[in-house]
Design a protein around this ligand. Structure first.
Ligand code: 1VU
Length: 332
């Protein structure tokens, strides 16, 4: 399902555009695309992954044993840079293994999420891979060493915790996908609010080929992004999703303008510009926007409405609100 060069050529009209054009989903699917496009949109949200009501998906406690086991598989790093602009960049950095997650990187990811939870000035987050490719999933050497079901489930719970908290951060987050996002790397992309794909990039849930299913929460999130029918086809066929198909099924929110990944194009700059359309404005307002969307997509309606009212109370009469009232803003 990878695009031919001719097909990529046809896609000129659905590259990244100016702010406001991002809502347009682009060209009509070809015959091959319609197969994946038919079928349902996301249905009702699961209602059990709720922060603060008995869920395990809060700040990581009680993971000491698996943390120690994971630390026994070192290599690579998860690098975090918080910028003055309020947009942080998180880099999955293990290029010798195509940015596969070693055990110590899983632990570092959770630590970085904790740091971001404490970052009150933040508005946005971009997750990228080092050296022009996104992430090839779990480090297969670590996977082999902890291939018993008990350790597997502990690792899986640990990663579910980290990625669920990542998606719930009061930051607008983007997975910047260059090269390959495979297995756990594909799951990581679903723990962001948006996905931008570089030309030639691929998101592929290869789990079936590994005799697995997603376990880092990637299946649950994927269903909510592309709908159950498309998720079933993507997982059942271990389909390679290229940028065009990503746009068509709503997995990708934009395609970078640049040439092929790793060729020196400043993909990060493009992603920052794209995200800047949504993070422009005061941090308390942007963070409040993310909070009401998180509660809307995860909580039962009545709870979401109460949460929305509470979040509204944090911005009503706040500095940005008072300033807008004072300037008698018009929205023509
Ligand atoms: C949560 C469940 C999971 O995530 S299970 C893991 C799913 N991921 C995979 O199975 C990825 C397997 N790897 C591949 O398909 C290819 O290496 C990909 C990523 C397509 C890159 O191919 P190619 O450009 O030809 O490079 P290559 O194969 O020579 O790889 C370079 C070096 O990186 C390594 N590598 C790659 N992926 C992993 C991985 N997941 N774990 C450990 N090592 C990995 C390769 O083994 C290779 O290492 P070396 O140079 O042979 O020492």
């Amino acid at each position: 399902m990878v695009l031919s060069a001719a097909r990529q050529h046809l896609l000129g009209g659905i590259r990244l555009g100016a702010c406001g054009q991002h809502l347009l989903r682009g060209s009509r699917p070809g015959a091959w695309g319609q197969h994946l496009l038919r079928g349902s949109r996301p249905g009702a949200w699961g209602q059990h992954l709720l922060r603060g009501i008995g869920s395990v998906y809060t700040a990581a406690k009680g993971f000491q044993e698996i943390r120690e086991k994971l630390q026994a598989f070192p290599g690579g790093s998860i690098d975090l840079v918080k910028q003055e602009s309020g947009i942080a960049v998180l880099t999955v950095n293990n290029p010798a293994r195509m940015n596969a997650f070693s055990g110590s990187m899983m632990v570092e990811l959770e630590e970085r999420v904790s740091q971001l939870e404490e970052w009150t000035e933040g508005k946005g987050l971009i997750i990228q891979g080092a050296a022009g490719t996104f992430c090839s999933g779990s480090d297969l050497n670590a996977v082999r060493a902890i291939s018993n079901p008990q350790d597997g489930m502990k690792m899986c719970t640990f990663m579910q915790n980290a990625l669920t908290r990542l998606l719930r951060l009061p930051l607008l987050s983007v997975a910047l996908v260059e090269g390959n996002a495979l297995g756990g790397g594909a799951e990581l992309t679903t723990a962001c609010d948006f996905r931008l794909m570089a030309p030639g990039s691929v998101i592929q849930f290869v789990h079936k080929h590994m005799g697995l299913v997603p376990g880092w929460g990637g299946a649950a999130r994927l269903v909510r992004i592309v709908g159950g029918q498309n998720a079933l086809k993507m997982l059942g066929g271990a389909l390679k999703i290229d940028p065009e198909m990503g746009l068509q099924i709503g997995l990708a929110d934009g395609v970078l303008e640049g040439s092929l990944a790793g060729s020196g194009t400043n993909a990060l700059l493009e992603a920052e510009q794209w995200l800047g359309c949504y993070t422009a404005g005061p941090a308390p307002v942007i963070r409040a926007i993310k909070s009401v969307v998180v509660s809307g997509r995860e909580l039962p309606l009545e709870v979401a409405l109460r949460t929305e009212r509470d979040v509204f109370g944090t911005v009503w009469g706040g500095p940005a609100n008072l300033q807008a009232l004072a300037t008698k803003a018009k929205h023509k």
